[in-house]
Structures are given as structure tokens and as C-alpha cells.
Write a protein that binds this ligand. Structure first.
Ligand code: ADP
Ligand code: MG
Length: 220
């Protein structure tokens, strides 16, 4: 089942007289239960595409639809509602509020998305190998623990779509394998997972790889 699809997405950035075409006609489709890697070198447009897919950014051309509902060019409250209900986003960093414990970070995300089920938080932390860390502040977590805690926040509202921007860029190889294991586990539960990466390890584990260069899909 298709849970997210785009028509040709365009995104332009301007600084002075210079124009950067960050996305030039990108069409993607994400399916439930499928682990897709978005692979490309630095500057190829991965983060721009993920931001457009998540509704954090608006494309200059083309549309993004989530479960058949158009998100693009809708009022911000509508986009926020779609995001909260269907999307989880794991960024490279900045996924956690520093003054809140791991548990409180997950709880806050549940409350924001209107799916407050505090009784399920411990179970979610267990699944991600974070048992015992619920009361820790983010500053006391290792890189891998912080990545998994960010994943717990992204999964707090049981999203049908999980978008990740280089989730393993700042962790060691063993931790990278763990994070990939968790992502595939989540996928097998039916979630559509799209991961921006330049890591071969991650792309090797994906069901499907979308290669992006200079803002265009070159191979799928
Ligand atoms: P990646 O995530 O693959 O490294 P990005 O999506 O960050 O690539 O960037 C794609 C291109 O768009 C790059 O040339 C980058 O410099 C440019 N770009 C991205 N965001 C902005 C912005 N806010 N302002 C100007 N240029 C940007
Ligand atoms: Mg990036």
C-alpha cells in the first residue's frame, strides 16, 4: 500500500544572483512495510527532499500526499495535523529537548500528536534497547543512545511513515548496525521507512535504494 507519494518536486534556493536547484522533479512513492534508502553524496538534496516530504519545508513545485491526502500548499495547521498523525521524523541531531528526560521527551511527543499513552512508553524504550535510561537527560547519553532515544520520540505516535536524515552519520559501526536493526524491525511492523544516507551499510540493508545526484533521482 502506498502511504506517501509525490508528483515532480522542485525546490530552489537563492542567494544574491545565484540559484541552487536543490530538487529538480523528484517523484517518490513510499510503501507500507518497505525500507527505502535515499542515497546520495553531500549536497545532493537528501535533507531538502526529506524536509519537503515531512512538510517541514514546502516545495516550490509539485505536491506531497500522505495516505491520499495532499499536504503541500495547505494551511500550516492542516500540515501540522497530517504530520502529527502520520509522520515520524528522525533528524541527524536535535531530536531531544535537553531539559527533559528520555521518558519525558517521548511523552511530550505523544501529547503533541494527541496519542497520549504513557503506559506504553516503557515498552517502546525496551524495544529500542533503552531500558534503564528512561530517567536520563540527553546530555548523559552516548551517541547511539541519543539516536535511539530520537527514534523513540519519532515513533511515539506510531506513525505510518518514518523519515530519517542520516541517523547513523555520527555513530560507530556497531551502533550503526543496531540502529539499522531497529529500523528494519519497525518496517516489518508495517511502517514505511525512508532513510537519507551516504552509508553503504544502510543502503545494503534496504529493500529499495533511490539514488539522488544534484537534486535529481538518477537510479532506483
Ligand atoms: P544533502 O542533504 O544531500 O547533503 P541538501 O539537501 O542539504 O543536501 O542540499 C542540497 C543543495 O541545496 C546544496 O547545494 C545546498 O547547498 C542547497 N541548500 C540546502 N538548503 C539550503 C538553504 N536553506 N539555502 C540555500 N541553499 C540550500
Ligand atoms: Mg543532509
Amino acid at each position: 500500500m502506498t502511504v506517501l507519494e509525490t508528483t515532480e518536486l522542485y525546490r530552489f534556493f537563492h542567494s544574491g544572483d545565484d540559484e541552487v536547484v536543490a530538487l529538480r522533479g523528484v517523484t517518490v512513492r513510499l510503501n507500507a512495510g518497505e525500507f527505502t534508502a535515499l542515497r546520495g553524496p553531500s549536497g545532493s538534496g537528501k535533507s531538502t527532499l526529506l524536509a519537503c516530504l515531512s512538510g517541514i519545508d514546502e516545495p516550490d513545485g509539485g505536491t506531497v500526499s500522505i495516505l491520499g491526502e495532499r499536504m503541500t500548499r495547505r494551511p500550516e495547521p492542516d500540515r501540522a495535523r497530517l504530520r502529527a498523525r502520520h509522520l515520524g521524523m528522525l533528524m541527524q541531531s536535535g531530536n531531544l529537548f535537553e531539559h527533559l528526560t528520555v521518558w519525558a521527551n517521548v511523552r511530550l511527543q505523544m501529547q503533541i500528536s494527541g496519542t497520549d499513552r504513557p503506559g506504553e512508553i516503557d515498552g517502546l524504550l525496551d524495544v529500542l534497547g533503552l531500558d534503564g535510561l528512561a530517567n536520563m537527560l540527553p546530555a548523559h547519553l552516548s551517541g547511539g543512545e541519543a539516536a535511539r532515544a530520537g527514534l523513540a520520540v519519532a515513533l511515539a505516535a506510531k506513525p505510518s511513515i518514518l523519515l530519517c536524515d542520516e541517523p547513523t552519520a555520527e555513530v560507530d559501526a556497531a551502533t550503526e548496525q543496531h540502529v539499522i536493526d531497529y529500523l528494519s524491525k519497525i518496517c516489518r511492523g508495517g511502517t514505511a521507512v525512508l532513510v537519507g544516507t551516504h552509508s553503504g551499510a544502510l543502503a545494503a540493508r534496504a529493500d529499495r535504494v533511490i539514488d539522488i545526484r544534484d537534486g535529481g533521482v538518477v537510479h532506483e
